[in-house]
Structure formats: C-alpha cells, structure tokens
Design a protein around this ligand. Sequence first.
Ligand code: NAD
Length: 303
Amino acid sequence: MTIRFDGQVALVTGAGAGLGRAYALDLAARGAKVVVNDLGGDPHGQGENRAAAQKVVDEIKAAGGEGVPNFDSVSSYDGGFNMVKTAIDTYGRLDVVICNAGILRDVAFHNMSEEDWDKVFAVHLKGSFTVLRAAWPVFRQQSYGRVMLTTSSSGIWGQFGQANYGAAKTGMLGLMNVLKQEGVKYNTMVNTVAPVAGTRLTASVMPQEMVDKLKPEFVSPAVVYMVSNECSTSGYVIEAGAGNFSRASMVKGPGAQPGMAANLDAEWVQANWDRICSLEGAVPMWRAGQTLAAFQAANAKQA
Ligand SMILES: NC(=O)c1ccc[n+]([C@@H]2O[C@H](COP(=O)([O-])OP(=O)(O)OC[C@H]3O[C@@H](n4cnc5c(N)ncnc54)[C@H](O)[C@@H]3O)[C@@H](O)[C@H]2O)c1
C-alpha cells in the first residue's frame, strides 16, 4: 500500500456501520489512528447505543490498528467539539475528518412534517458544521487538513420522497464550495463523495441481493484517496459505488451577453432562450465572484 496515513489521525462520523465503518477500517489498515464516532441510533435517528462505535474500534484493534470510540451526536455543537477533543487528547493531532453520519426520514413532500425536516438537517448539514467548526482551527494551526463531506445522488440530482434529505445533501455542496476556498491558505482540501452502497439505509429501497453485492468497500478507495496527502484537488464531487467512479459538477454555460444598452425585456429572453440555456462549452466555477467578473468583462468588450 503506497497511500499511507502513518502518524496521521482521522475522525470518521457515523463509523459504527455501513460506509463509515469501511472507511475507518481502510484508514486504520493504512496506518491512521482513527476516532470512530457513532451515536448508534436507528436509521431514522431514534435511540442510541454505544456498541456500534465500540465494535468497530475492536475490529480495528484486532487487525493491529489503533482506534478510539466516540459516542456523541454530530447534531450537537458540543458533540462535534468532543470528537475533535477526543482526537487531540488521545493522539495529539487531527488530519482527516470524514463527515459521514446519516439518517433518512423519507416521505412525499405533502406529508413531510417539521420534525422530518429538522431531524434530517440536524444530522447531515448541522452535523457536518459542528464537527468541521471544531476541526477547522486545528487544520489552520497545523497547516494541514483533509475533509470529506457526504452528499448523495439525491442531493445532486434529486429523488422523489427525499425533499428533506436531498436539500440537506445539496447543502453539503454549498458548504464544500466555501470551505474549499477558506482552506486553500492552510493546505486543507475539501471534497465530497456521493456513494452508492448496500447498507441498512439502502436496505429499504434495494433488494437484499443488491444490498449484499454493493459493498461499501467499493466506495472506500475514492474516499481514502481523496483524504490522503496524495490528493491535491479540492472542491470535487465524486460519485462512487459498485465499481464506478465519476466526477459530478455544477457548470455554467457561455450564455448570451446583449449588454446593458440593449432593449431588454421578457420577450428578448424568450427569443434567446436556447442560447441562454445552452450548456455547450460549459465550465465549472471556483468562486461566486467569477460571475460578476464575467459580466463586467462582457460589458467592457462591448463598450
Ligand atoms: N448507502 C448509500 O447508498 C448512500 C447513498 C448516498 C448517501 N449515503 C450517505 O452515506 C452516509 C453513510 O450512510 P450508510 O449508508 O453507511 O448508512 P448507515 O445507517 O449504515 O450508517 C450511518 C451511521 O451514522 C450513524 N449516525 C446517525 N446519526 C448520527 C448522529 N447524530 N451522530 C453520530 N452518528 C450518527 C448511525 O448510527 C450509523 O451507524 C450517510 O450520510 C448517507 O446519507 C449513503
């Protein structure tokens, strides 16, 4: 194994099962000391149980690795702080954070309760904020950090019955797009994975045969590479699962630049709709300011 994490410390949230467990075991096998966080509730966010995180730590140790459990909820600001404190108190540093903890409360939008919305946002979006907010000063201080956020094809493309989950998962992309910029000065890369794997979360939507086949271990290679020192890209979204790896991206088309002197009204937009909407030659953007800069450049050309 040439991609190693010797001397590094990784925190994986929701690592007591499914994908998080696979990441934790892979990282530990590559020399990382791992903080295994898991609240141990059910797939809908009810209850808690320390056995989940402890079991994965036992597995890491049985394989000759190093790990420590943490049982806090990512939804709690203090919980996020405690996870980072566990890493620093136990191992003296923190290099990698994988925000992976997740729940589902799927229901068609017209039946969605405030509780369905709030609980899903609390685990996915706030649960990434709490942990990263605590880890960020550490990354700044040591001028090194690797972050993996977890979105979903539902967050990138949308999925019926998942307004709460899809919106929270799209929120990860917004969080990544800002943190990738704020991390540049501190050698801190922030990327996002959109996994597909058979776990207890997907057991309700996949036949058992598929759950058994789509092992989380098919996702782990992408995550492990992206949180390693070898990876210098930031702000990438990688869809991974079942032997497939591909980049997904939001892009901006070339559009139409009639300028401010033109007689602009809704009819002008209607007449030019195909040009405005064309994605031919579309490119991804690095930051919001590029939009205004492009507008100004187009206007300057016309002046
Ligand atoms: N499995 C897939 O195909 C798939 C697809 C897209 C996205 N995801 C995302 O991948 C991540 C992992 O999902 P999984 O499929 O391995 O599910 P999983 O249920 O097997 O694992 C999620 C883990 O998160 C833990 N968790 C939940 N709430 C928590 C909290 N408040 N604090 C700490 N831990 C908490 C759970 O106890 C559980 O062990 C989730 O963010 C999920 O949304 C999974």
